[in-house]
Write a protein that binds this ligand. Structure first.
Ligand SMILES: [Cu+2]
Length: 130
């Protein structure tokens, strides 16, 4: 009787040990978020927004750093930054600073990231010039 009860207790205890897999919420890749028609990307503590934009060929994109820390925005791929050299004109932005990309004169898609935080998904995005 006693042993049966303790076995039941043991099973209940084990059930309580089911490990909740606490993966940090994954950030969708920029291409998975709907694209927005705008020429301004704002960076805050939550990352870049919007992260997937569409612009007219021949226009530029303004990056506004509204975060309380600096960011260093560059073209993909990291660390070569060769995909869209126009994006490398943004570069280092202190808190509160903003700067434009060069003119995106050819239809193409340009990935960007924060070079000082290259694996932070919320600071990665996609600019498509159409
Ligand atoms: Cu980089």
């Amino acid at each position: 009787m006693l042993s049966r009860n303790s076995r039941r207790m043991a099973i209940a205890a084990l059930a309580g040990f089911v490990i909740a897999c606490s993966n940090s919420p994954s950030v969708p890749s920029p291409g998975d978020t709907p694209s927005v028609q705008t020429n301004t990307i704002t960076i805050t503590a939550n990352g870049a927004s919007p992260r997937n934009i569409q612009i007219a060929v021949g226009t530029r994109v303004m990056f506004v750093n509204n975060d309380s820390r600096s960011h260093n925005m560059a073209s993909d791929p990291h660390p070569e930054h060769t995909q869209c050299p126009e994006l490398n004109q943004i570069g280092f932005l202190s808190a509160g600073q903003s700067r434009e990309t060069g003119n995106l004169v050819t239809p193409k898609s340009c990935g960007f990231h924060d070079h000082d935080s290259p694996s932070t998904g919320s600071l990665q995005g996609l600019i498509t010039a159409k």
